[in-house]
Write a protein that binds this ligand. Structure first.
Ligand SMILES: C[S@@+](CC[C@H](N)C(=O)[O-])C[C@H]1O[C@@H](n2cnc3c(N)ncnc32)[C@H](O)[C@@H]1O
Length: 290
Protein backbone atom coordinates (compact mmCIF):
# COMPACT_ATOMS: atom_id res chain seq x y z
CA UNK A 1 0.00 0.00 0.00
CA UNK A 2 1.33 3.36 -0.96
CA UNK A 3 2.19 5.48 2.05
CA UNK A 4 1.87 9.14 1.10
CA UNK A 5 4.05 10.09 4.05
CA UNK A 6 6.94 8.23 2.45
CA UNK A 7 6.24 8.88 -1.19
CA UNK A 8 9.03 11.07 -2.53
CA UNK A 9 7.03 11.59 -5.68
CA UNK A 10 4.38 13.42 -3.70
CA UNK A 11 6.21 16.08 -1.69
CA UNK A 12 3.18 18.31 -1.73
CA UNK A 13 1.30 15.67 0.18
CA UNK A 14 3.80 15.85 3.03
CA UNK A 15 1.75 15.62 6.16
CA UNK A 16 2.39 14.72 9.77
CA UNK A 17 0.06 12.96 12.09
CA UNK A 18 0.28 14.93 15.27
CA UNK A 19 -2.90 14.08 17.06
CA UNK A 20 -3.65 12.90 20.52
CA UNK A 21 -6.86 10.98 20.35
CA UNK A 22 -9.55 12.36 22.57
CA UNK A 23 -12.54 10.15 22.99
CA UNK A 24 -16.07 10.98 23.89
CA UNK A 25 -19.52 9.58 23.61
CA UNK A 26 -22.46 11.63 22.51
CA UNK A 27 -25.92 10.45 23.27
CA UNK A 28 -28.20 10.54 20.30
CA UNK A 29 -29.73 13.99 20.18
CA UNK A 30 -31.25 15.93 17.39
CA UNK A 31 -30.30 19.50 16.70
CA UNK A 32 -26.95 19.67 18.47
CA UNK A 33 -24.32 21.06 16.16
CA UNK A 34 -20.62 20.49 16.41
CA UNK A 35 -19.84 22.43 13.29
CA UNK A 36 -20.74 25.81 11.93
CA UNK A 37 -24.12 25.19 10.50
CA UNK A 38 -24.96 26.45 7.05
CA UNK A 39 -27.96 28.58 6.30
CA UNK A 40 -30.79 26.82 4.55
CA UNK A 41 -30.03 26.37 0.87
CA UNK A 42 -32.23 25.47 -2.01
CA UNK A 43 -31.86 21.99 -3.45
CA UNK A 44 -30.56 23.11 -6.84
CA UNK A 45 -27.73 25.14 -5.31
CA UNK A 46 -26.80 22.27 -3.07
CA UNK A 47 -26.80 19.87 -6.01
CA UNK A 48 -24.56 22.21 -8.02
CA UNK A 49 -22.08 22.39 -5.18
CA UNK A 50 -22.16 18.67 -4.55
CA UNK A 51 -21.47 18.07 -8.24
CA UNK A 52 -18.67 20.66 -8.47
CA UNK A 53 -15.87 18.31 -7.48
CA UNK A 54 -15.30 16.65 -10.84
CA UNK A 55 -13.85 19.87 -12.26
CA UNK A 56 -11.14 20.03 -9.60
CA UNK A 57 -10.44 16.31 -9.30
CA UNK A 58 -6.76 16.39 -10.28
CA UNK A 59 -5.90 19.25 -7.89
CA UNK A 60 -8.03 17.76 -5.16
CA UNK A 61 -5.97 14.59 -5.00
CA UNK A 62 -2.74 16.42 -4.21
CA UNK A 63 -3.93 19.48 -2.31
CA UNK A 64 -6.39 18.19 0.27
CA UNK A 65 -5.16 16.70 3.54
CA UNK A 66 -5.29 12.96 4.21
CA UNK A 67 -6.72 11.58 7.45
CA UNK A 68 -4.77 10.59 10.57
CA UNK A 69 -4.59 6.80 10.77
CA UNK A 70 -5.49 6.72 14.47
CA UNK A 71 -8.82 8.41 13.81
CA UNK A 72 -9.58 6.15 10.84
CA UNK A 73 -8.65 3.10 12.89
CA UNK A 74 -11.19 4.24 15.47
CA UNK A 75 -13.84 3.98 12.72
CA UNK A 76 -12.86 0.72 11.02
CA UNK A 77 -10.47 -1.07 13.38
CA UNK A 78 -7.42 -2.90 12.11
CA UNK A 79 -8.08 -6.58 12.49
CA UNK A 80 -9.84 -8.60 11.15
CA UNK A 81 -10.02 -7.37 7.56
CA UNK A 82 -13.50 -6.00 6.85
CA UNK A 83 -15.55 -5.05 3.80
CA UNK A 84 -15.62 -1.26 3.91
CA UNK A 85 -17.69 0.96 1.63
CA UNK A 86 -16.34 4.50 1.18
CA UNK A 87 -19.24 6.73 0.09
CA UNK A 88 -18.36 10.08 -1.49
CA UNK A 89 -14.90 8.54 -1.83
CA UNK A 90 -13.68 11.20 -4.24
CA UNK A 91 -10.04 10.73 -5.13
CA UNK A 92 -9.61 8.15 -2.38
CA UNK A 93 -7.93 10.09 0.42
CA UNK A 94 -9.89 8.16 3.03
CA UNK A 95 -9.94 4.88 1.08
CA UNK A 96 -6.16 4.95 1.04
CA UNK A 97 -5.93 5.04 4.82
CA UNK A 98 -8.57 2.32 5.19
CA UNK A 99 -6.68 0.09 2.73
CA UNK A 100 -3.53 0.78 4.74
CA UNK A 101 -5.28 -0.63 7.80
CA UNK A 102 -5.75 -3.92 5.94
CA UNK A 103 -9.38 -3.71 4.84
CA UNK A 104 -11.11 -4.46 1.53
CA UNK A 105 -12.51 -1.20 0.20
CA UNK A 106 -15.16 -0.36 -2.35
CA UNK A 107 -15.59 3.25 -3.39
CA UNK A 108 -18.71 5.09 -4.57
CA UNK A 109 -18.92 8.67 -5.79
CA UNK A 110 -21.18 10.60 -8.18
CA UNK A 111 -18.15 12.20 -9.94
CA UNK A 112 -16.42 9.85 -12.39
CA UNK A 113 -13.49 12.29 -12.62
CA UNK A 114 -12.84 11.87 -8.89
CA UNK A 115 -13.10 8.08 -9.15
CA UNK A 116 -10.64 8.09 -12.06
CA UNK A 117 -8.06 9.70 -9.75
CA UNK A 118 -8.84 7.12 -7.09
CA UNK A 119 -8.51 4.19 -9.51
CA UNK A 120 -5.13 5.45 -10.72
CA UNK A 121 -3.77 5.60 -7.17
CA UNK A 122 -5.54 2.62 -5.64
CA UNK A 123 -6.05 -0.03 -8.34
CA UNK A 124 -7.15 -2.63 -5.77
CA UNK A 125 -10.19 -0.56 -4.79
CA UNK A 126 -13.35 -1.31 -6.78
CA UNK A 127 -15.15 1.86 -7.83
CA UNK A 128 -18.72 2.61 -8.87
CA UNK A 129 -20.46 5.82 -9.82
CA UNK A 130 -23.35 6.40 -7.46
CA UNK A 131 -24.67 8.46 -4.61
CA UNK A 132 -25.36 7.88 -0.94
CA UNK A 133 -29.09 8.04 -1.60
CA UNK A 134 -28.91 5.24 -4.16
CA UNK A 135 -25.94 2.99 -3.51
CA UNK A 136 -24.90 0.58 -6.27
CA UNK A 137 -24.17 -2.09 -3.66
CA UNK A 138 -25.93 -5.35 -2.68
CA UNK A 139 -28.03 -5.69 0.45
CA UNK A 140 -26.12 -6.71 3.59
CA UNK A 141 -22.75 -6.79 1.85
CA UNK A 142 -20.51 -4.45 3.89
CA UNK A 143 -19.29 -4.31 7.48
CA UNK A 144 -18.58 -0.59 7.63
CA UNK A 145 -19.75 2.43 5.65
CA UNK A 146 -17.39 5.40 5.86
CA UNK A 147 -17.50 8.91 4.46
CA UNK A 148 -14.65 11.42 4.58
CA UNK A 149 -15.48 15.09 4.21
CA UNK A 150 -18.62 13.98 2.39
CA UNK A 151 -21.57 13.10 4.66
CA UNK A 152 -22.71 16.74 4.79
CA UNK A 153 -23.58 16.35 1.10
CA UNK A 154 -25.94 13.45 1.75
CA UNK A 155 -29.69 13.68 2.08
CA UNK A 156 -29.93 12.13 5.56
CA UNK A 157 -33.22 10.22 5.23
CA UNK A 158 -32.62 8.40 1.93
CA UNK A 159 -28.91 7.99 2.64
CA UNK A 160 -29.56 6.39 6.04
CA UNK A 161 -32.05 3.97 4.46
CA UNK A 162 -29.47 2.97 1.88
CA UNK A 163 -26.72 2.61 4.47
CA UNK A 164 -28.94 0.41 6.59
CA UNK A 165 -29.77 -1.71 3.54
CA UNK A 166 -26.14 -2.38 2.58
CA UNK A 167 -24.80 -2.93 6.11
CA UNK A 168 -24.49 -6.38 7.64
CA UNK A 169 -26.24 -6.90 10.95
CA UNK A 170 -23.44 -5.74 13.22
CA UNK A 171 -22.20 -3.07 10.85
CA UNK A 172 -21.16 0.44 11.82
CA UNK A 173 -20.93 3.81 10.11
CA UNK A 174 -17.95 6.17 10.28
CA UNK A 175 -17.91 9.84 9.35
CA UNK A 176 -14.74 11.90 9.45
CA UNK A 177 -13.87 15.53 8.77
CA UNK A 178 -10.67 17.56 8.78
CA UNK A 179 -11.20 21.23 9.59
CA UNK A 180 -8.52 23.91 9.58
CA UNK A 181 -7.29 24.58 13.11
CA UNK A 182 -8.19 28.20 13.78
CA UNK A 183 -6.39 28.15 17.13
CA UNK A 184 -3.29 28.99 15.05
CA UNK A 185 -3.30 32.76 14.36
CA UNK A 186 -2.49 32.72 10.62
CA UNK A 187 -5.08 29.99 10.06
CA UNK A 188 -7.62 32.11 11.92
CA UNK A 189 -6.75 35.05 9.64
CA UNK A 190 -7.19 32.79 6.62
CA UNK A 191 -10.51 31.61 7.94
CA UNK A 192 -11.59 35.21 8.44
CA UNK A 193 -10.70 36.02 4.83
CA UNK A 194 -12.77 33.19 3.41
CA UNK A 195 -15.61 33.32 5.94
CA UNK A 196 -18.06 35.25 3.81
CA UNK A 197 -17.60 33.02 0.80
CA UNK A 198 -17.38 29.72 2.64
CA UNK A 199 -20.23 30.28 5.06
CA UNK A 200 -22.70 27.51 4.52
CA UNK A 201 -20.34 25.63 2.24
CA UNK A 202 -17.94 23.95 4.62
CA UNK A 203 -18.53 20.69 6.44
CA UNK A 204 -21.74 20.75 8.40
CA UNK A 205 -21.33 18.06 10.97
CA UNK A 206 -24.92 18.33 12.18
CA UNK A 207 -25.52 15.56 9.69
CA UNK A 208 -24.08 13.22 12.33
CA UNK A 209 -27.06 13.83 14.56
CA UNK A 210 -29.52 13.59 11.70
CA UNK A 211 -28.00 10.32 10.54
CA UNK A 212 -27.84 8.97 14.09
CA UNK A 213 -31.54 9.67 14.47
CA UNK A 214 -32.37 8.02 11.14
CA UNK A 215 -30.22 4.98 11.97
CA UNK A 216 -31.26 4.87 15.63
CA UNK A 217 -27.55 4.77 16.41
CA UNK A 218 -25.26 5.56 19.32
CA UNK A 219 -22.49 8.01 18.49
CA UNK A 220 -18.90 7.99 19.69
CA UNK A 221 -16.39 10.61 18.65
CA UNK A 222 -12.63 10.98 18.74
CA UNK A 223 -10.57 14.01 17.93
CA UNK A 224 -7.17 13.81 16.31
CA UNK A 225 -5.06 16.14 14.16
CA UNK A 226 -2.97 16.30 11.06
CA UNK A 227 -0.53 18.84 9.67
CA UNK A 228 -0.11 19.46 5.95
CA UNK A 229 3.28 20.77 4.85
CA UNK A 230 2.53 22.98 1.90
CA UNK A 231 3.77 26.03 0.06
CA UNK A 232 1.71 29.24 0.28
CA UNK A 233 0.64 28.63 -3.33
CA UNK A 234 -0.59 25.14 -2.32
CA UNK A 235 -2.74 26.77 0.35
CA UNK A 236 -4.23 29.05 -2.30
CA UNK A 237 -4.74 26.16 -4.73
CA UNK A 238 -6.25 23.95 -2.00
CA UNK A 239 -8.84 26.62 -1.27
CA UNK A 240 -9.43 26.62 -5.02
CA UNK A 241 -10.72 23.03 -4.73
CA UNK A 242 -13.50 24.06 -2.33
CA UNK A 243 -16.95 23.77 -3.82
CA UNK A 244 -17.79 27.44 -3.29
CA UNK A 245 -14.67 28.50 -5.20
CA UNK A 246 -15.06 25.91 -7.95
CA UNK A 247 -18.46 27.40 -8.75
CA UNK A 248 -17.25 31.03 -9.05
CA UNK A 249 -16.77 32.52 -12.50
CA UNK A 250 -13.14 32.96 -13.57
CA UNK A 251 -12.88 36.65 -12.68
CA UNK A 252 -14.42 36.21 -9.23
CA UNK A 253 -12.22 33.19 -8.54
CA UNK A 254 -9.05 35.06 -9.56
CA UNK A 255 -9.93 37.99 -7.35
CA UNK A 256 -10.84 35.80 -4.40
CA UNK A 257 -7.69 33.68 -4.62
CA UNK A 258 -5.53 36.80 -5.10
CA UNK A 259 -6.87 38.02 -1.78
CA UNK A 260 -5.80 34.77 -0.11
CA UNK A 261 -2.37 35.03 -1.74
CA UNK A 262 -1.99 38.61 -0.47
CA UNK A 263 -3.00 37.61 3.04
CA UNK A 264 -0.35 34.89 3.18
CA UNK A 265 2.25 37.26 1.75
CA UNK A 266 1.44 39.86 4.38
CA UNK A 267 0.79 37.89 7.57
CA UNK A 268 3.78 37.96 9.95
CA UNK A 269 3.64 34.19 10.50
CA UNK A 270 3.62 33.30 6.81
CA UNK A 271 5.31 36.10 4.85
CA UNK A 272 8.51 35.08 3.12
CA UNK A 273 8.10 31.42 4.00
CA UNK A 274 8.48 28.82 1.28
CA UNK A 275 6.76 26.13 3.33
CA UNK A 276 3.95 26.34 5.82
CA UNK A 277 2.50 23.89 8.29
CA UNK A 278 -1.25 23.96 7.86
CA UNK A 279 -2.84 22.31 10.89
CA UNK A 280 -6.19 20.53 10.86
CA UNK A 281 -8.35 19.14 13.63
CA UNK A 282 -9.91 15.81 12.77
CA UNK A 283 -13.23 14.61 14.17
CA UNK A 284 -14.19 10.99 13.61
CA UNK A 285 -17.70 9.82 14.51
CA UNK A 286 -18.62 6.15 14.86
CA UNK A 287 -22.33 5.45 14.62
CA UNK A 288 -23.48 2.06 15.92
CA UNK A 289 -27.07 1.24 15.00
CA UNK A 290 -28.90 -0.26 17.99
C1 LIG B 1 -15.04 17.03 -0.21
S1 LIG B 1 -15.10 15.63 -1.27
C2 LIG B 1 -14.43 14.34 -0.23
C3 LIG B 1 -13.79 13.22 -1.01
C4 LIG B 1 -13.07 12.15 -0.20
N1 LIG B 1 -13.97 11.39 0.63
C5 LIG B 1 -11.97 12.74 0.66
O1 LIG B 1 -11.97 12.50 1.85
O2 LIG B 1 -11.12 13.41 0.12
C6 LIG B 1 -16.82 15.27 -1.26
C7 LIG B 1 -17.18 14.15 -2.22
O3 LIG B 1 -18.56 13.83 -2.00
C8 LIG B 1 -19.12 13.54 -3.25
N2 LIG B 1 -20.59 13.67 -3.13
C9 LIG B 1 -21.35 14.78 -3.26
N3 LIG B 1 -22.65 14.49 -3.08
C10 LIG B 1 -22.71 13.15 -2.81
C11 LIG B 1 -23.79 12.23 -2.54
N4 LIG B 1 -25.04 12.64 -2.47
N5 LIG B 1 -23.48 10.94 -2.34
C12 LIG B 1 -22.20 10.51 -2.37
N6 LIG B 1 -21.15 11.33 -2.61
C13 LIG B 1 -21.40 12.63 -2.83
C14 LIG B 1 -18.45 14.49 -4.21
O4 LIG B 1 -18.51 14.06 -5.56
C15 LIG B 1 -17.03 14.50 -3.68
O5 LIG B 1 -16.19 13.57 -4.31
Amino acid sequence: MEDPQKDPAAPRRSQARGGTLQRGRRPRELGASVGTGPPAQDGAALQARARSFGAVAASYAVLRPIYPADAVEFLVGRDPALDVLDVGAGTGLLSEVVVGLGHRVRAVDPAPEMLAQLAARLPAVATAVGAAESLPVDDGSVDVVVAGQAAHWFDPGPAAREIRRVLRGSGVVGFIWNTRDVRVPWVAALEGAIADESRGHEADQRVVDLMAAELDADVEVVESAIVQRVSPEDVVAGIGTRSYVALMDDAARDEFLSGIRALLAGHPDTCGRAQLELPYRTHAYRLTPR
